[in-house]
Ligand binder design. Structure first.
Ligand code: FMN
Length: 210
């Protein structure tokens, strides 16, 4: 197999389509990277702002740190800097409407945004999305430059788990395909291995602290 070919469906040789690096090729590539979907929120009452975001990373466990990448011109950008805290609301599979609403430039800010999320607030004062799978609240620690985005690193100060019997909302190829039912953990070797690796690292870190 040459460096210009890879393995395609059925294990057959398949030609890579090599594209010039840039915004368009990166967008086309990342369409194939499925992700969960969150609504990032900050601010109370009339100061509330929310935005659909999937550029979210769990960076560190000890200390617990989360990172979210926000376009410099997004409405929530300035508000995050002013408020210094945020909530990452991980959407459930019945919340596609919220994802679409909070990705729309025509959406409302302030109380009307809070109401469309269900009217709840977290400990930091950030609006929560009622019915979300998970809501993680962070206090802003650092802002790092990332091209046309800024990276907001926050220390986790509150974790809420909702009704996880619902599945996650998934974004893939510009749509919301829904998850096909996954095999139970006991049946999937790769999944079990990755969880074991994660647990082993956590245990090593705990032992070092003792
Ligand atoms: C599934 C999905 C994920 C997104 N993730 C992000 C993200 O992580 N960061 C970001 O800045 N914009 C992201 N966006 C785009 C914003 O939600 C959208 O552009 C929003 O309108 C920008 O805010 P503005 O209207 O205040 O400019 C995402 C959009 C969608 C549909």
């Amino acid at each position: 197999m040459s460096s210009d070919s890879t393995r395609g469906a059925g294990g057959q040789e398949y030609a890579w389509e090599v594209r010039k690096p840039g915004a368009e090729s990166l967008k086309s590539a990342m369409r194939h990277f499925p992700s969960g979907v969150t609504v990032l929120t900050t601010g109370k009452g009339e100061r509330a702002e929310g935005m659909t975001a999937n550029a979210v990373i769990s960076v560190s466990l000890e200390p617990p740190l989360m990172l979210v990448s926000v376009h410099k011109e997004a409405r929530i950008h300035a508000r995050l800097k002013e408020e210094g805290y945020y909530a990452i609301n991980v959407l459930a599979d019945d919340q596609e409407g919220l994802s679409r609403l909070f990705a729309s430039p025509e959406r409302s800010s302030g109380l009307s945004a809070v109401n469309s999320l269900g009217g709840e607030y977290g400990d930091t004062g950030a609006p929560l999305a009622s019915g979300a799978l998970v809501a993680i609240e962070c206090k802003l620690e650092e802002i790092y430059p990332g091209g046309d985005h800024d990276l907001f690193l926050g220390r986790v100060v509150s974790v809420r788990i909702g009704d996880t019997r619902k599945g996650p909302l998934v974004y893939h190829e510009g749509g919301y395909p829904g998850l096909k039912s996954a095999p139970a953990p006991g049946e999937s070797g790769a999944f079990v291995d990755s969880v074991r690796g994660f647990d082993a690292r956590l245990n090593r870190a705990r032992k070092r602290r003792r």
